[in-house]
Write a protein that binds this ligand. Sequence first.
Ligand code: PLP
Length: 443
Amino acid sequence: EAESKRLNEATGASQEMYQRARKSLSAGVASSYQLRDPWPIYLERGQGPKVWDVDGNEMWDFHNGFGSMLQGHAHPAIGRAVRERYEQGTHFAAPTEDAVVVAENLSARWGLPRWRYTNSGSESTMDAIRIARAYTGRDTVMKIFGSYHGHHDTVMVSIGVEYDKIGDHENLASLPYGAGIPDATVQMTVAVPFNDAGAMERRIIALDKEGRKPACVIMEPAMMNLGVVLPEPGYLEEVREITRRHGVVLIFDEVKTGLCIGPGGATRRFGVMPDMVTLAKALGGGLPSGAIGGTEEVMSVVEDGSVYQVGTYNGNPLVVAAIRANLEEVLTDEAHAHLDYLNDRILAGCRRVIEDYSLPGYAVGLGGKGCVTFSPTKVIDYETFKANQSAELSDLAWLFNMNRGIFMTPGREEEWTLSVTHTDEAIDAYVDCFEEFAQAITS
Ligand code: PLP
């Protein structure tokens, strides 16, 4: 309560902005994920690893735009690319050379030969699923319980909340995440637990017998919407094997893992090659962006014109110029080495605190992403997350952070994202704050 009061007192201008915003902006925010109790924090500006809110509070940014700002705020290389492109025209709905250069760069990074652009992660997963459905001629989509792939109907299923009412993986029903999603669409999406390749194969076989074999499995290779849940050794290899055996398209949704955990994402880091990859977030250097990569076979349905993968702003010149600068000048191998170094430092710091104070939790992460999962046992899937993760500690840790100049994502399923502009100073500020939190809850 004291922490809530302290934050409320420090964010009076945000409260005022909220009162004003609610009169014109639904619920006072631009996206429902920006809501938090009792009011959202309105930001004014960002520079490198820091952000400032409308109250003038200066904070180290570990939220980083839900993982989009890997390059830090107002990066000069992105700024230059955007300014130069602006002078030459920002939108034609015709391809520019940057669109080609970026596709070549992504092909080299991911080892997938054919690319297309979108404007967000949701569009990337929506279009990838359509391509997989066209390629296989099937409708059913398989996903992982608790995974988030964006806000289009097909994937707003079995994400959480309602699924608690089932609690039985073998009698799985598909449930919508929020209202307005047609039941017919919900029934076409089927979920299986993460880190259980056997359950996936059994479900594929059962669906096949019912005459509704899945077109694709869409999954994050490392789950980044339950904190961070890494694949158990061998799991991704088995998934690859199973999907290949059953002729099911494997889509790695790398919207979050993508550029954050290595130059070629989880695909390269784990060494398992999917049929398709979806990217967004950290791709665009802070501009709305998205991309889909695929094998020649799968993407043939785009090339022969049977699938319309379209969008007025796809490959927008301003966006592809920013992506190009991001890939060529910012997210270099050295930058990724720096992110790995920083993440090792923050993970080591958090692990030390957890041990010193015997906290019920553990620190986990990869590349520029990580979190402390407040669970006495290891989380391997949604079921174990739901059963063991402490919402109370995670909410309290967020308040502690905010009150001590650490800007973090409010959701208990979220993780930190570092940026290439973060330094030891930022990392140590985070760990110090975490230690203060540990002291407070154990004293
Ligand atoms: N896929 C994953 C794994 C995500 O985490 C998200 C967003 O958080 C999306 C897709 C959707 O991306 P966007 O919010 O850009 O539509």
